[in-house]
Design a protein around this ligand. Structure first.
Ligand code: PTJ
Length: 249
């Protein structure tokens, strides 16, 4: 890895780039994952690289939905493993939820590398290898999933997603929680609960909410999920962005 001086004003951003770049060289991140990361960086810059308040509520609601679900599954791809493998496993353990590898650029080699990396970071069981079921209505490899994983899940967390799987999962009647820094993406607009935050902040934030909500009554959890208004929250995020941009000149 390149040495980045700790006093560099963009230290964290450069360190994250190094992680993604290294994970691409190791075959975990697909080369187009670098492009996706760059797009994410641009939106994060506009947000001020912090979790804004409407998003805090989305993260609380996501935690409630994952606790409320009977069979929650956390979907994982190359970028997520590169940036947040340990945090992802910790979140799955505390819910508890299954972790399933689901890739857009699916090869046996990448599936194995990503699963190995998750196990090296402490995951006991990783789904996604069997691929004995298909999400209806999808003509690409993201359709491939495990029958006892994503296929039968009632709630699925989908970070760094493309919009059509998000819609296909919704059409199966599942609660879809998306993490996407772009509030204008198809994924953001389609998901049941959209978290417009960097995956590196969103995952630990959701975990904190899971701990806080663990002792809440089922009625309280149900109420958080059922009163959620995704469209309204996306509007608040766009309003925040336009106000922030206006204030800069
Ligand atoms: O590992 P694979 O084969 O499944 O491929 C994964 C990628 C990311 C290449 C694939 O899903 C893809 O091409 O995604 P898109 O369509 O580029 O969408 C990625 C979205 O995630 C974009 O809207 C980005 O703004 C957003 N994004 C990028 N980095 C982050 C992010 N959102 C949250 N946290 C990030 N760190």
């Amino acid at each position: 890895m390149a040495t980045i001086p700790k006093n560099h004003p963009r230290y964290m951003s450069l360190l994250t780039r190094e992680k993604i770049s290294q994970a691409m060289k190791n075959g975990i991140v697909h080369e187009t994952g670098l492009i996706a990361h760059g797009r994410g960086e641009a939106f994060d810059y506009l947000l001020g690289e912090k979790t804004i308040s409407p998003v805090e509520l989305a993260e609380k609601t996501a935690a409630a939905a994952l606790l409320y679900a009977k069979n929650p599954v956390l979907s994982v791809n190359g970028n997520v493993v590169a940036l947040s493998a340990a945090e992802y496993i910790s979140l799955a353990d505390c819910i508890p939820a299954k972790i399933e590898v689901n890739l857009f650029h699916r090869t046996r080699e990448r599936i194995d590398k990503i699963s190995d990396e998750l196990r090296r970071c402490g995951a006991k069981k990783v789904y996604g290898m069997k691929a004995d079921a298909q999400i209806p209505g999808l003509d690409h490899d993201r359709a491939l999933c495990d029958k006892d994983g994503i296929f039968s899940a009632d709630a699925v967390l989908v970070p760094l997603e493309d919009g059509d799987r998000c819609l296909a999962l919704k059409n199966m009647g599942k609660t879809v929680i998306a993490i996407d820094l772009n509030p204008l993406s198809r994924t953001a607009k389609t998901a049941s609960i959209t978290i417009v935050d960097n995956v590196t902040r969103a995952i630990p934030n959701i975990e904190q909410w899971v701990h806080k909500l663990k002792d809440a009554s089922i009625d309280e959890i149900k109420d958080i999920v059922e009163t959620w208004d995704n469209e309204k929250t996306l509007g608040e995020i766009l309003f925040f962005l336009s106000k922030r941009l206006n204030s800069l000149f």
